[in-house]
Write a new protein. Structure first.
Lengths: 869, 251
């Protein structure tokens, strides 16, 4: 009739103590909400990036692309040209349409740039008139005709609040143009395609913008004649066109669609991975907080557990009791956390959208993965966290029920030392893995990322290990605080000293929550400050120009979007300007120098970014390290990292494949861009850039001389551009490099909140635990003020201990990152004000979390205190 | 050897303690709480253990009940030597064969009186014959209090609930550690009356530690401990005789 007694006790204990556990419940709930929110975000990002399976190639059968095409990168433009008329009249071809794509920035009439869907870009492409091939379904208006008209996909229209008949601004590589919206389209019912948003203009307009000779295209879409299978048409064309100069790639539209899909899901997986990693920090904090409170809970319940043991509950039953209580907590937190995951994901989506990665167009996911996975994770986390507490509870001796006071029993130091030491050894093992990777792998962003990950794991373990060892630090520190307390507060200081040093575990559980919070915040702050300072320092060193003209819009990575190249001309006449240099950039592939005998051993093609700039007077605007020589046409200077990584030497001839096909260049010199912002990998003269990619996007125009006002006046007529000073431009340009860092802010913020919840629980529990003690103090004449002072002195110990350990972890982590990655961007060189700031923050947090319980404890009537439990 | 004089062995012995030694600490700082205590406890016998503060009487009870470990010696209950049992084995032994009434903090505050009474049996997963529960509850006058939480009960009622819990599993030995220590004399007398009834009516074996001669006089015999050893024994004790022995012990 009463069921399982353990279940009954667990339920009642929870019902009785849930107010005290509320903060823990919130912490567990918050951590599950973060898991659920991250998962939700990852799933929605995946959906948004995949764009469903909408493909602009769904009506075409065969694609003929000029030159060679990277088979795995569907979005890299073909590097050759193809004449439409050579294909249209071939047998087996029912219809043909030319295609080309030019990356553009679309802005609303008020100048606000319109972000493309998800990770995508905005592309200018030709309208396809032939109904057999046209994938664009008009929802409103009509097809574009003439130079100033475009049709846009639904996502763009919605995001930019555009309607048929309205206008928008298109920033093309060489100029900026006002266009009128003639129609709004969808592709297979979707508002965008996998590549991003599309702006469709008349074929002639696109041809001009893409700088294609009349009659030629980057690629041609073909519809096979009735009865001709796509594969057969592909085979025939591939054979017949094999001798074309510059080469031709013939693929079935089907295979391109497959690659598109694979690319999209790959990108989704990458994003999910990053978000998952951040969520794992949330899981860790949840684990930490719940473990901490359950430890306190068991300490507080010692007498009850001992009584149960005395009247016949086996150690296993007592352990199970604690786990059942954790199950109740976990179940409630799981339900609440999954529900709270939806607003959390909304918040994450909004924050990422602000940075240029917008997935808000996708629908909330309510599949079983989105709902069950976080709930199961939450229950596992709470169970895992309660494990140690349950073990400890099972070890409570029945005799403890018979003692009139529950003092913290003296525990043996060795097991704790060994356990803490083992965890620290685990942390060292992670660091060792990082060191091994450093030794074995070639340098580069991939290596830095993996090393950073290993160091992060190691530091999380170090936090855990230090949390286990915290009680050992309490005594000496408590002694110090007690001495200060006695000097300042007299008897209350003495009492506080006694309570601190006699219950080191109680103090240390609050301090370890604070340590975690401080470590998280300080690490992120240190890394942010270090990276920011280094960018600023290196930017000042490299950028000799005082101003840069750049876009108000941003790319999906968060850097300024390209601007039109003709802006430079407008600056020529501005007063005081001595030089205005256009900085362009394009991606090329290095063609392996020696034709490799064994095709199996073909290395991954090396793609790199080439920056282009007018060479005469370049040193007036850019001061690159290693002083590259003034480059002539056909010459390239490579950064030392590329030179070393590819095993190239000065004077060597290399072949690169760009948008306009293969180009042979001579390596004229080597240099170094410490800021990584202007010419990180390679540099060519403006004329060479025209041969590589005449449509290369302009990243910025660097200007020497002139005032901000004069420059602003000069570009006033150009929509979507702004004038930035040196520091401001370096800041804006470095945004794309610091994107990953910024995405950690929201997670660290929430993790901090969880840690504070945990601290609030442990502090309030430790005060409630001593109701009797405080009552007794009151009975022997301590005033309410004195009791509160005792609690405050204890809090001071917690603050000092938590802050010191947390800062040590943060500094250690950054120091290790610096040593391991060798990056000058990660230097443990914090500004002096960071320490008092963190200390103040920690003190405020501790005071806030302990103020309420202290007030309550001090107000407990003496008689009630004597009765308690 | 005072407790078990030769030739006087009672045939039905429930518990035998032989040369029980309990030492706290090691080396120079070692303190002996029990120095080789031996005693037998017969079925249906009510034994009181008395002694001055620090004589080791509570330690002896805790060791007998398997709540505390012994340094050497054996304690056999039924046919089991409990000094060789694991923690789990001890817990099972306690819930199957022993009952407990402590001086204070006997009940879980989160459970009702009835739930507290049934707790030991339920931890063991055992069914209690329905008649026995009613008999115990009615005998202790708890019928009207079954749904109350401990905080809603008087001290005497709380001790009666503890007695009911201890009796419900029909333990081979019921241990009581100063069961009347926190009660006024009337409530104390009531609780002692219930223990006496259990011995007389149901042949319950009771071992009780007390410092109160009046309580000790309820028992069938009194063992006197001093300095960790049994120094005297009194059968059919009268209050005055107990008083006299205690005065002698306390000097």
């Amino acid at each position: 009739m009463m069921g399982n007694p353990l279940w009954l006790i667990a339920r009642r204990s929870f019902a009785e103590g849930w107010v005290r556990l509320a903060a823990t419940l919130l912490a567990a709930l918050g951590s599950i909400a973060l898991i659920a929110g991250s998962l939700q975000f990852a799933l929605r990002a995946q959906e948004a990036v995949a764009g469903g399976d909408a493909s602009e190639y769904f009506r075409a059968d065969v694609l003929v692309q000029g030159g060679t095409v990277d088979p795995d990168n569907v979005y890299a433009p073909p590097d050759g040209r193809i004449r439409l008329d050579r294909l249209a009249s071939r047998p087996g071809v029912a219809a043909a349409a030319g295609d080309a794509a030019v990356a553009v920035t679309a802005s609303r009439p008020d100048g606000q740039a319109i972000m493309a869907a998800a990770e995508g870009r905005t592309l200018l492409r030709p309208w396809v008139p032939d109904p057999q091939l046209n994938p664009y379904q008009l929802e409103a208006g009509r097809a574009p005709s003439g130079d100033g008209e475009v049709a846009v996909v639904r996502h763009l229209a919605r995001a930019g609040e555009l309607s048929v008949g309205g206008t928008m601004t298109l920033t093309l590589p060489h100029r900026t143009q006002q266009v009128r919206i003639s129609g709004i389209v969808n592709v297979q019912g979707r508002g965008a395609v996998a590549a991003g948003d599309l702006v469709l203009a008349s074929p002639e307009t696109v041809q001009r913008a893409a700088m294609l000779p009349a009659g030629t295209w980057q690629s041609v879409w073909l519809k096979a004649a009735p009865g001709v299978p796509a594969e057969r048409l592909r085979g025939e064309l591939a054979r017949e066109l094999a001798q074309e100069p510059g080469g031709v790639t013939v693929r079935t539209a089907e295979s391109v669609r497959r690659v598109q899909l694979a690319t999209a899901s790959g990108e989704g997986t990458t994003i999910a991975g990053i978000v998952g990693m951040l969520a794992s920090v949330a899981i860790f904090v949840g684990l930490f907080v719940v473990a901490n409170t359950f430890g306190t809970l068991v300490r507080q319940r010692t007498r009850r557990l001992a009584l149960l043991g005395a009247i016949g509950a086996t150690p296993r039953q007592i352990g199970r009791l604690i786990r059942l209580e954790a199950l109740v907590l976990g179940a409630i937190a799981a339900v609440g956390g999954v529900a709270a995951g939806f607003p959390v994901s909304e918040l994450i989506i909004r924050l990422f959208a602000r940075d240029g990665f917008d997935v808000s167009g996708s629908d909330p996911q309510t599949g079983w993965i989105a709902l069950t996975l976080p709930a199961v994770a939450g229950i596992l986390v709470t169970q895992g966290a309660a494990w140690q507490a349950a073990y400890r509870a099972a070890g409570v001796s029945p005799v403890q029920a018979l003692r009139s006071t529950v003092a913290e029993p003296r525990e043996r130091r060795l097991p704790r030392l060994l356990f803490g030491g083992a965890i620290l050894a685990g942390a060292v093992a992670w660091y060792a893995v990082a060191a091994a990777i450093r030794a074995a792998e070639p340098p580069g962003p991939d290596r830095t990322f993996v090393i950073a990950l290993m160091v992060l794991f190691g530091s999380l373990m170090a936090v855990t290990g230090l949390a286990v060892l915290t009680p050992f630090f309490v005594k000496p520190l408590g002694g110090l605080v007690g001495r200060v307390g006695r000097l300042v507060g007299g008897e209350t200081g003495r009492l506080a000293h006694a309570t601190v040093t006699r219950s080191p575990r109680r103090v240390s559980s609050a301090a370890s929550s604070l340590m975690l919070g401080v470590a998280l915040v300080a690490s992120v702050a240190l890394v942010t400050i270090s990276v920011h300072d280094r960018f600023r320092e290196a930017g000042r060193q490299v950028m000799a120009a005082e101003h840069a003209i750049t876009s108000t819009a941003r790319t999906a990575e968060g850097a300024p979007a390209p601007i039109a190249r003709d802006v430079a001309a407008k600056l020529a006449g501005a007063p005081g300007v001595s030089r205005a240099a256009v900085l362009t950039q394009t991606e090329v592939t290095l063609v392996p120098p020696v034709p490799d005998g064994s095709p199996q051993e073909r290395p991954e093609p090396f793609r790199f970014l080439v920056s282009g700039a007018e060479q005469s007077g370049l040193r007036d605007v850019l001061r690159l390290g290693g002083r590259p020589p003034a480059l002539g046409t056909g010459e390239i200077a490579l950064s030392s990292a590329v030179m070393k990584g590819q095993g190239l030497r000065r004077g060597q001839e290399i072949v690169v494949r760009g948008v306009h096909g293969r180009t042979t260049l001579t390596v004229a010199g080597t240099y170094h861009d410490p800021s990584h912002l202007f010419a990180d990998q390679a540099l060519v003269a403006a004329e060479t850039m025209d041969r590589l990619d005449a449509n290369a996007p302009t990243r910025a125009v660097l200007v020497r001389g002139g005032s901000t006002e004069a420059l602003t006046r000069a570009v006033a007529g150009v929509p979507g551009v702004r004038v930035l000073g040196r520091d401001a431009y370096v800041d804006a340009a470095s945004q794309s490099q610091t994107r990953a860092l910024r995405s950690t802010y929201v997670f660290v913020g929430m993790a901090l909140l969880l840690a504070l919840f945990g601290m609030a629980t442990t502090v309030s529990m430790s005060v409630a635990e001593r109701t009797r003690e405080f009552g007794l103090l009151g009975a022997v004449g301590a005033t309410t003020r004195q009791i509160r002072a005792i609690i405050r002195w204890e809090a001071a110990t917690v603050v000092v201990l938590g802050t010191l350990l947390g800062l040590a972890i943060a500094m250690g982590t950054l120091g290790l990152l610096h040593v391991m990655s060798g990056s000058s961007f990660l230097r443990p060189d914090p500004p002096w004000w960071l320490f008092p700031l963190v200390l103040t923050g920690a003190a405020v947090a501790t005071l806030v979390t302990s103020a309420l319980p202290a007030r309550r404890a001090a107000a407990v009537p003496v008689l009630e205190a004597a009765k308690a439990e | 050897m005072i407790a078990t004089p030769a030739g006087e062995r009672v045939p039905d012995q429930v518990m035998i303690a032989t040369r029980v030694v309990k030492t706290y600490g090691t080396g120079d700082s070692a303190v002996s709480a029990l120095r080789g205590v031996s005693a037998t406890f017969a079925r249906g016998q009510f034994t009181a253990i008395m002694g001055p503060s620090g004589s080791g009487k509570s330690t002896f009870l805790h060791c007998l009940a398997g709540l505390d470990t012994v340094t050497s010696g054996t304690i056999v209950i039924g046919d089991v030597d409990l000094t060789g049992l694991s923690r789990t084995g001890l817990a099972e032994l306690r819930r199957d064969r022993m009952g407990f009434v402590f001086q204070s903090f006997n009940l879980l505050p989160i459970l009702t009186a009835e739930e507290n009474i049934r707790l030991t049996a339920r931890l063991a997963g055992r069914q209690v014959e329905p008649g026995w529960f009613d008999t115990v509850v009615d005998a202790l006058g708890l019928r009207q209090r079954l749904e109350h939480r401990p905080s809603e009960l008087s001290g005497g009622q709380q001790q009666r609930v503890a007695v009911a819990r201890a009796l419900l599993t029909r333990p081979e030995v019921l241990f009581a550690d100063e069961p009347t220590g926190n009660l006024d004399s009337r409530a104390g007398a009531e609780v002692l009356g219930f223990l006496r009834t259990a011995v007389d009516d149901h042949r319950q074996t009771v071992v009780m530690v007390t410092h109160d001669p009046v309580a000790a006089a309820t028992a069938d015999r009194v063992l006197f401990l001093s300095d960790g050893a049994i120094v005297d024994e009194l059968t059919e004790p009268a209050i005055d005789a107990v008083h006299a022995r205690m005065r002698k012990l306390e000097g």
